[in-house]
Design a protein around this ligand. Structure first.
Ligand code: Q9C
Ligand code: ZN
Length: 335
């Protein structure tokens, strides 16, 4: 499977995140890329598809905020990475607020996702990486792997969070649908629920979203991913959430995966976008499932079974030393 990646994705390196009441080193590091690239060998270059495919998913005011946030933070005299501290729980009206601090809260749902100097460029090229991989499939390839970083599945149309700024999987799913390659299904197998992707397609009957993740009763992002979230309005029935308890290993993971794949096939998907997180690994430092390296090969093989054109987009995975071999196992299993 061809792997796509651009060096500019490495220029995003926040120092720390707020976690369980204190500052801890940022888990989503550029070293993750090095681990995967080393294990996979080389990468194919990324091309620039511009802002339009991004603006087909994200609001223009949110994109403008992302581009300008770090400069506004510096202009306000701040040091280090930009991060919010006030969040609009009572509603998310677009208010004419002037402070960068207000914008950082209004466009975020957590304090784990700072904006550093290189964040916009890295997020932009991460999205272009997904778009380039998609273009390979649009040109006839059966599958492609976008080594996206920063990841995307927690980002909504106008919010960041969970180390995510632009929703790479949603951007390619929307483009595939617009170019007539659909019906498109997104299968999210990151440890955490893909709340941003779910929100983006919640009302959309043309994109099916299925996610297998840690039960939000115990795990981030808490407020999304519960089994009773099934899509709304015209999109009723096109969202499928399969939360699993902490400690889940392959034996209990596999039936949920089969449920998701059966639903995707039954719905009539013609193309698959996989949000692939390797943070389901047994020794992931921030997660609590028990998949081993060989299970990632099984995961890849199962996902390949329906035979759909498949674009794999990288999401999480924080056991840096083992990340590359886990990704390779998944890709080899896929075939
Ligand atoms: N105190 C991805 O895997 N940190 N994002 C949770 C809360 C955020 C993970 C800690 C985890 C986000 C793409
Ligand atoms: Zn994750």
């Amino acid at each position: 499977m061809k792997l796509f990646f651009d060096d500019r994705q490495a220029g995003h390196a926040p120092e720390k995140e707020f976690h369980n009441g204190g500052w801890v080193p940022y888990a989503e590091t550029p070293a993750r890329l090095a681990s995967i690239l080393e294990a996979c060998g080389g990468a194919h270059p990324v091309r620039d598809f511009g802002l339009d495919p991004i603006l087909a998913v994200h609001d223009a005011d949110y994109v403008a905020f992302l581009r300008e946030a770090y400069a506004r933070w510096q202009a306000a005299g701040r040091e280090g990475d930009a991060i919010g501290y006030t969040f609009p729980v009572r509603g998310r009206r677009k208010l004419p607020l002037k402070r960068i601090d207000a914008a950082l809260g209004a466009y975020a749902f957590d304090a784990a996702t700072p904006i550093a100097e290189g964040t916009w460029d890295a997020a932009y090229w991460s999205a272009q990486c997904a778009l380039t991989a998609f273009d390979d499939i649009a040109a006839g390839a059966r599958h492609a792997f976008a080594l996206c970083r920063p990841p995307g599945h927690h980002a909504g149309r106008d919010y960041l969070g969970g180390y995510c700024y632009l929703n790479n999987a949603a951007i390619v799913a929307r483009r595939a649908d617009a170019l007539g390659l659909g019906p498109v299904a997104v299968l999210d197998v990151d440890y955490h629920h893909g709340n941003g992707t779910q929100d983006i397609f919640l009302h959309d009957p043309n994109v099916f979203f299925a996610s297998i993740h840690a039960d939000p009763a115990t795990d981030y992002p808490f407020y999304w991913g519960h089994a009773d979230e099934r899509g709304e309005g015209e999109g009723a029935g096109t969202t499928l959430n399969l939360p699993l308890p902490q400690g889940t290993g392959w034996d209990d993971y596999a039936p949920a995966l089969q449920t998701a794949l059966d639903a995707i096939v039954r719905w009539g998907a013609a193309m698959l976008v996989v949000s692939f997180g390797a943070d389901t690994f047994a020794r992931d430092p921030i997660s609590h499932f028990r998949l081993e390296r060989d299970d990632f090969a099984r995961l890849g093989a199962r996902i390949a079974e329906p035979g759909l054109p498949t674009l794999v987009v990288m999401e999480g995975g924080y056991a840096v030393a083992e990340l590359g071999s886990n990704v390779v196992a998944f890709l080899h299993g896929f075939g």
